[in-house]
Design a protein around this ligand. Structure first.
Ligand SMILES: *[C@@H]1O[C@H](CO)[C@@H](O)[C@H](O)[C@H]1NC(C)=O
Length: 407
């Protein structure tokens, strides 16, 4: 396949980040369901209030932020961060920050050393979730098992994928550069994301997963912004894990990049392309899984003790997109994946992952060998791999969802 992404330099590939919204840690989750039976409404109110109080506990410093894109005001806070003794980085080549990054919340303040930026959770954020307990968690089981799981994926969870994967070895990390888009979401309870999965164990009830990338999720954030996010689970999306800092788990150490923050600017169809790089790797000494954003920002880590299988290594890595197809009107959702265009449209139009790499047992980044691809319904969302020059192993993925071939 002929690719000309390396030549025509009217395409400006830039990496610029501005982050708008920040999220909040959450620990104990209440059991009340929000907004269903009238008899328990006052109890629910109490639960929500209690939960908010916990999430928004007093901060070291408060920052009031004018969100320029949506013209709303949001509260931010800086929270003290306690870094585990001995939680050192496993890759010595990773340097500390070297250049400033543009985040819109910096206009109104910054977080002092030893603190991290966190978005205040609002009542509406929690009320949008089906229950207090469900807030910050993936709604359905979403197990992107490439082989033999198609019926399960389609009929039970409604999640659809277009991914590239490797398996059959021990993996100690994964990396990719991903261009960033603003896929349209048909219904608020659906989402569209593009991410790396590091998976451990079989695809049973004890599946371990670490996930990082960008997402649009109206239910989780209350808007259609494209945001940087992480997810983890150690029991196949059941009781453990959550997005970002919405539960205890991921330990953030960086005071400049906020989890759940909006990414700006975004790639345009037939226009400038913007991408982000994400690396997740395992510290060989302590066993913790670290996340790096771009070349300079180590954001934090998932302690090894959160996991069973992943406390050793990942047995599968996946890169690509996932959407929810809620199919409420009997038709396929028109929620887009990636750019909303098929891989065949190529650079500037289709979404991509480039320079996909894995970290091997000797703690070195290398190109994955023997990659597979998977998609449930290629007429809705598809994936197409390639290998070329400074793009290394890459793939285009995504699609529009509902269309004449995907009714
Ligand atoms: C998100 O976008 C959809 C259209 O894709 C629109 O109907 C909806 O109102 C938007 N939601 C918010 C919270 O802006």
């Amino acid at each position: 396949m002929a690719t000309n992404f390396g030549s025509g330099k009217k395409w400006v590939v830039k990496i610029v980040f501005c982050f708008l919204l920040l999220l909040v840690p959450m620990t104990s989750a209440g059991r009340a369901t929000v907004g269903t039976s009238s008899s328990s409404i006052s109890h629910q109110k109490l639960e929500v209030k209690k939960h908010l109080k916990h999430l928004n506990r007093p901060a070291v410093k408060s920052i009031k932020l004018l969100i320029i894109l949506s013209s709303k005001t949001t509260q931010f806070r800086c929270d003290q961060v306690f870094i585990q003794k001995g939680a050192l980085l496993g890759r010595s080549k990773i340097s500390s920050k070297s250049k400033p990054i543009t985040q819109l919340w910096h206009l109104t303040g910054r977080c002092p050393e030893g603190t991290i930026p966190i978005r205040r959770t609002k009542k509406d954020d929690i009320l949008r979730a089906s229950s207090v307990q469900q807030f910050g968690k993936k709604k359905h089981r979403t197990i992107p098992k490439p082989r033999s799981a198609e019926p399960d994926l389609i009929s039970q969870s409604g999640h659809q994928h277009a991914i590239v994967y490797v398996e059959g070895d021990k993996y100690y990390g994964a990396k990719a550069t991903i261009n960033v888009w603003d896929p349209k979401i048909q219904q608020p309870n659906e989402f569209s994301l593009s991410q790396i999965w590091l998976l451990g164990g079989s695809f049973g009830q004890d599946l371990n997963s670490i996930e990082a990338g960008w997402q649009v999720s109206p239910d989780l954030y209350g808007d259609n912004n494209t945001r940087l996010f992480t997810y983890w689970t150690s029991d196949a999306y059941q009781a453990t894990g959550c997005y970002n800092l919405l539960c205890t788990g991921f330990i953030q150490i960086n005071n400049e990049i906020a989890m759940g923050a909006s990414i700006h600017p975004l790639s345009g169809y037939g226009d400038s392309q913007y991408d982000i790089s994400i690396l997740v790797w395992k510290d060989p000494k302590e066993g913790n899984w670290w996340m790096q954003f771009g070349n300079d920002y180590v954001l934090g880590y998932w302690p090894a003790f959160l996991f069973s299988y992943l406390s050793d290594s990942a047995s599968m890595i996946e890169w690509g997109g996932e959407v929810v197809n809620s199919q409420s009107d009997g038709q396929h959702t028109s929620t887009q994946m990636g750019s909303g265009h098929f891989p065949s449209e190529g650079f500037g139009k289709a979404s991509y992952f480039k320079n996909i790499q894995i970290v091997d047992a000797s703690n070195k980044l290398k190109a994955p060998s023997d990659i597979g691809t998977f998609t449930e319904q290629p007429n809705c969302y598809n994936v197409q791999t390639g290998n070329a020059g400074n793009w290394g192993n890459y793939f285009y993925y995504g699609g529009p969802g509902r269309n004449p071939n995907c009714p």
